[in-house]
Design a protein around this ligand. Structure first.
Ligand code: GRF
Length: 213
């Protein structure tokens, strides 16, 4: 399966996908990386891996529709079948999302549906919750909304800091994003309404992903 990765920054999740795709037998390849911000480190990571890159700068378009048309054109020209948002900081409109039904995934640094939006770890610490985590989900037009594919939880420790929690969650992000992409590329995810079921989940994955369907 050809995937396109949309980024806006340092691209550590992109790197996790690059590394996974380089392992023999991984069922997806990265066909294109697009950043909406010029000069970000994620672009350098892609170039170093020999992956085609584009900058589609939202500021150089008259509005959201032409920006999204440009994204769509780049992705379809590259033969992309699955769009992976990896720290992509623009909210995609219904118009774009409906052109990629259940074909866009996002990673978010919280246990959704808790803590949508920004500053998730600060807010988790302030709320006094006992677990943080991350979620890979299919994208719906509302921010950080859509059927959940994989989640991973981490404990919140006594005297935890935002930096420590961020690092603990990020390590899990780098593990579950490639896992979710693999499950999709293997054709093992099915979206029923707002829930995802996973066919033939292996024992280790079964602890992380939704029940078998
Ligand atoms: C990650 O925490 C991701 O979950 C969030 O934005 C951050 C991007 O980091 N959506 P990176 O660019 O992948 O390093």
């Amino acid at each position: 399966m050809k995937i396109g990765v949309l980024i806006s920054g340092r691209g550590s999740n992109l790197q996790a996908l690059i590394d996974a795709a380089q392992v023999r037998g991984f069922p997806a390849e990265i066909a294109l990386v697009i950043s909406n911000i010029p000069g970000v480190y994620g672009i350098e990571r892609a170039e170093r891996a020999g992956i085609p890159t584009r900058v589609v700068d939202h500021k150089s378009f008259a509005g959201k529709a032409p920006f999204e048309d440009a994204l769509h054109d780049e992705l379809t020209t590259a033969g992309v079948e699955l769009v992976c948002l990896a720290g992509f900081m623009r909210l995609l409109t219904e118009g774009f999302v409906s052109r990629w039904p259940d074909k866009i995934v996002n990673i978010h640094p919280s246990l959704l549906p808790s803590f949508k939006g920004l500053h998730t770890h600060e807010r988790a610490l302030e709320a006094g919750v006992r677990f943080g985590g991350c979620t890979v989900h299919f994208v719906r037009p509302a921010m950080d909304d859509g059927p959940i594919i994989v989640q991973a939880a981490v404990p919140i420790l006594t005297n935890d800091t935002v930096d420590a929690l961020t690092a603990r969650v990020l390590a899990e992000e780098h593990r579950i994003y490639p896992l979710a992409v693999k499950l999709i590329a293997q054709g093992r995810t099915r979206v029923d309404g707002e829930r995802v079921t996973i066919a033939d989940a292996e024992a280790p994955a079964a602890a992380l992903v939704n029940p078998q369907g």
